[in-house]
Design a protein around this ligand. Structure first.
Ligand code: FAD
Length: 279
């Protein structure tokens, strides 16, 4: 069982618990993106198992009456084994999501995975028109070119700042620069992109800017934030009529994810200490 201290960030160990969490968020008009925790598998067994779990999850979501979708990680379904294993599992999940009319997101991992992820996404997004989304990272210097490539690909783009510590020759390293580029890319998406836009950020400045752009271009967009992060803001935005999706991870590999959330921010560490001490 997940201790209460971690359940702020993780939606349970089982799909049933994750769906229960989605129901609670839906009650507050927040939709949910479910992600089974797991990454960097070097053997086919666990990669196929997690792909099977996503195939089933799409069916479970379809059988529920929930406003929920799925997000996968490339290295979770085989990209560290080979491009082919990844592409095969990605297709299997896309077919199940397509059959059940469940939207399928793909996270973006470190820069060594970008080409293979883009290639598979583009192929599947053109085939499963409108049912697929991809995350792109503002900190990577290649991203403006990638967005140009994706401009007429159907589906959604989730723009994030980028979570991986990338080398300086291929990535912007200073926070101010990443923020500046994030805004430029957001404006580019609102101007040029034919699909829908997801703002994957907790940053009030980026969210306000997206709202301005949404009004200016009369374009659909959604705000995406992580479970356990600025949940009051998630509910408030939703109550104001903004489309909000919460990214909620679940599964038995919760410890590493929880530890990452605690380490990345002083407030999260304080929350963990207070929970342990019961104060
Ligand atoms: P930051 O630049 O970290 O912070 C800016 C401001 O936002 C802060 O000053 C504060 O006001 C507010 N804020 C930020 N965090 C908190 C917090 N914990 N509590 C309170 N206020 C806060 N990265 C990838 O590389 N690949 C992915 O596939 C990916 N998917 C993601 C999906 C979603 C839905 C989200 C939200 C993020 C994802 N990320 C992904 C992570 C992303 O790249 C950033 O590392 C992460 O979101 C931090 O950047 P930020 O824009 O939220 O805000």
């Amino acid at each position: 069982m997940i201790p209460p201290i971690a359940s702020k960030f993780v939606a349970g160990e089982t799909p049933a618990e994750a769906l229960g969490h989605a129901q609670k968020m839906n009650d507050d008009s927040v939709a949910v993106i479910l992600n089974l925790l797991g990454e960097h598998y070097h053997e086919r067994g666990p990669a196929d198992e997690d792909a099977d779990a996503y195939v089933q999850l799409a069916e479970d979501i379809a059988n529920s009456d929930l406003d929920a979708c799925v997000s996968i990680k490339p290295s979770q379904i085989g990209l560290d084994i080979s491009d082919e294993v990844f592409a095969e599992n990605y297709r299997r999940i896309a077919e199940s999501a397509g059959d059940h009319d469940v939207f399928l997101w793909c996270d973006m991992e470190d820069h060594e995975t970008t080409d293979a992820t883009l290639d598979s996404f583009e192929e599947l997004a053109r085939e499963f028109e409108g049912g697929m989304g991809l995350c792109v990272q503002a900190n990577l210097k290649r991203t403006p070119d990638d967005l140009e490539r994706l401009a007429d690909v159907p589906g959604k783009i989730r723009l994030v700042k980028g979570a991986y510590d990338e080398p300086a020759d291929i990535a912007h390293k200073k926070k101010e620069k990443v923020d500046e580029v994030y805004k430029e890319l957001l404006a580019y998406l609102f101007r040029e992109y034919t699909g829908s836009i997801a703002v994957g950020s907790h940053d009030p400045e980026m969210i306000s800017y997206a709202r301005e752009l949404g009004e200016e271009f009369e374009t659909d967009y959604e705000i995406q934030m992580l479970m356990g992060v600025r949940e009051d803001a998630q509910r408030k935005l939703a109550s104001e009529g903004v489309e909000v999706w919460q990214y909620a991870p679940y599964g038995d590999k919760w410890f590493q994810y929880f530890y990452r959330r605690v380490r990345e921010r002083k407030e999260n560490a304080l929350f963990a200490i207070r929970a342990v001490l019961g104060i």
